[in-house]
Design a protein around this ligand. Structure first.
Ligand SMILES: Nc1ncnc2c1ncn2[C@@H]1O[C@H](COP(=O)(O)OP(=O)(O)O)[C@@H](O)[C@H]1O
Ligand SMILES: O=C(O)C1=C[C@@H](OP(=O)(O)O)[C@@H](O)[C@H](O)C1
Ligand SMILES: [Mg+2]
Length: 168
């Protein structure tokens, strides 16, 4: 089984859904953000502030390649798709799954979250980023899951598992 790689915008639920998916499948869970923080011994806001986004993107690309390509769940950061090399890696070595809530669902979830430097921006800029990234996510996945306001974690996990079964 190829590792399942969750992609989607900040707040789409990659970390939350990924953990639950791994629990149900009894396989390992990795989160690229957690791996980067452990490796660099800094929080993500600290990395953005002290080193800048370009360095963060380099760490992210390196980590992604080191994670198991089989029998694991990988939650990525929302910007992993910014690099074509990462999109190609997800397409070729992993099973990409796109979690796709609307911008308004995300806004309601994250409100004034301070742990995501790119969420700490004007509304217009965040909406633009959300729209610009849609085709990048679509480019690297086999499965897209529409997330509704009322979608629970359990329901979303089940939808993903059913969609994977349908691929076979
Ligand atoms: N149904 C849901 N599915 C996933 N996350 C949800 C849901 N409802 C609320 N959340 C919340 O949304 C926030 C963002 O989720 P997170 O897993 O961190 O997303 P991501 O890793 O994609 O940024 C968390 O606070 C999480 O608890
Ligand atoms: O969208 C982005 O560029 C980012 C998303 C974050 O992860 P989540 O998608 O888990 O919030 C984290 O990697 C960093 O703050 C940058
Ligand atoms: Mg996350």
């Amino acid at each position: 089984m190829k590792s399942i790689c969750l992609v989607g915008f900040m707040g789409s639920g990659k970390t939350t859904i990924g953990k639950e998916l791994a629990k149900q499948l009894h396989i390992d869970f990795y989160d690229t953000d957690v791996e980067i923080e452990a490796w660099r011994k800094m929080s993500i806001p600290q990395i953005f502030e002290k080193e800048g986004e370009e360095y963060f993107r380099q760490y992210e690309a390196e980590i992604l390649r080191k994670l198991p390509t089989n029998y694991a769940i990988i939650a990525t950061g929302g910007g992993v798709v910014e690099r074509k090399e990462n999109r190609n890696w997800i397409k070729e070595s992993l099973l990409g799954v796109y979690l796709k809530p609307t911008f308004d669902i995300i806004s309601n979830r994250l409100t004034d979250d301070k742990s995501r430097p790119l969420w700490n921006k004007q509304e217009e800029e965040k909406r633009e980023l959300f729209i610009r990234r849609i085709p990048l996510y679509e480019d690297c996945v086999k499965i897209s899951i529409d997330i509704k306001t009322e979608s629970t974690v359990k329901e979303t996990v089940n939808t993903i598992l059913n969609s994977i079964n349908d691929l076979k």
